[in-house]
Design a protein around this ligand. Structure first.
Ligand SMILES: C[S@@+](CC[C@H](N)C(=O)[O-])C[C@H]1O[C@@H](n2cnc3c(N)ncnc32)[C@H](O)[C@@H]1O
Length: 252
């Protein structure tokens, strides 16, 4: 639990310490992946992680890539909210086929946090311009960029279904906005995956608050990630209290 400690998170937050820790941990994870996963996958992960600064560990990148690849078989678009320098977005591009991918970001870094967050971030942290991200992903077709605060930045996006949505916004309000926007638009069987559920108080709280009256279980991963698999037509048939184990909802 020490990584969830506010002081540790403030010390690490976006700086040298965070990157050194993440890189060291990811080296071990890459070695583990290289010992048992196909060479092509390992090569791609290594390449992407070397090209740009990535705030997801190697195992987290692996989960983004494999879940996105699996969801590319379902009808619906892909989306990511919180792309920073574009590394997890690039992994989604590599496996999406010809699906549309919508990338949402302020492209000016994090917005203001709120009292549901642990107050470990600062406004403007993790800023990267849209031009840098679009340049990095220029070789991929069907990728669109939506600059501004999500979910307001989705106002002009045509109504559609999503097969895979990746959230990496670090904060309570942004994560809640992602869940409110994407949950009703997910293809049955589609996946919403978020970074930092096991790490950041506000992200975890947003999942608990939003999913409290939904039938789908919250599925925490061994990484900091969490996922929800959208079910078809269950909401009307199943009492939320029967469908969700209370332990899944209880704050830690
Ligand atoms: C931790 S970084 C994302 C890391 C990235 N996925 C990677 O591969 O390294 C968080 C990003 O979320 C963006 N962000 C946070 N809240 C947002 C919101 N409400 N709307 C749009 N972008 C947001 C920030 O600008 C930043 O680029």
């Amino acid at each position: 639990m020490w990584l969830r400690n506010k002081i540790v998170q403030r010390m690490g937050g976006g700086g040298f310490m965070e990157q050194v820790g993440l890189d060291a941990w990811s080296m071990v994870q890459m070695a583990s992946l290289a010992s048992r996963k196909p060479g092509g996958e390992v090569k791609l992960l290594r390449k992407v992680r070397r090209e740009r600064k990535c705030l997801n560990s190697a195992w987290e990148c692996y989960n983004v890539m494999t879940l996105a690849r699996a969801m590319s078989r379902l009808p619906g678009s892909f989306a990511e909210v919180g792309c920073y320098q574009g590394t997890t977005a690039k992994l989604m591009c590599e496996v999406k086929g010809d699906k549309p991918l919508m990338l949402f970001d302020t492209f000016e870094g994090l917005p203001q946090d709120c009292d549901k967050d642990a107050r470990v971030h600062s406004v403007g942290q993790y800023a990267c311009s849209m031009e840098k991200v679009s340049g990095y992903l220029a070789e991929y077709d069907n990728v669109t960029y939506h600059k501004g605060l999500f979910p307001d930045s989705a106002a002009d996006v045509p109504e559609q279904q999503y097969a895979f949505a990746h959230f990496d916004v670090d904060l309570y309000e942004g994560t809640l906005g992602c869940l409110e926007y994407f949950y009703p638009r997910m293809t049955p069987g589609g996946v919403m995956l978020s970074h930092d559920y096991g790490m950041l108080k506000g992200v975890e709280q947003a999942f608990h608050d939003f999913m409290a009256d939904k039938p789908e279980p919250i599925i925490p991963q061994a990484t900091t990630q969490v996922m929800i698999i959208k079910q078809a037509g269950v909401a009307a048939a199943v009492e939320p209290t029967q469908a969700l184990a209370p332990a899944m909802l209880a704050p830690r």
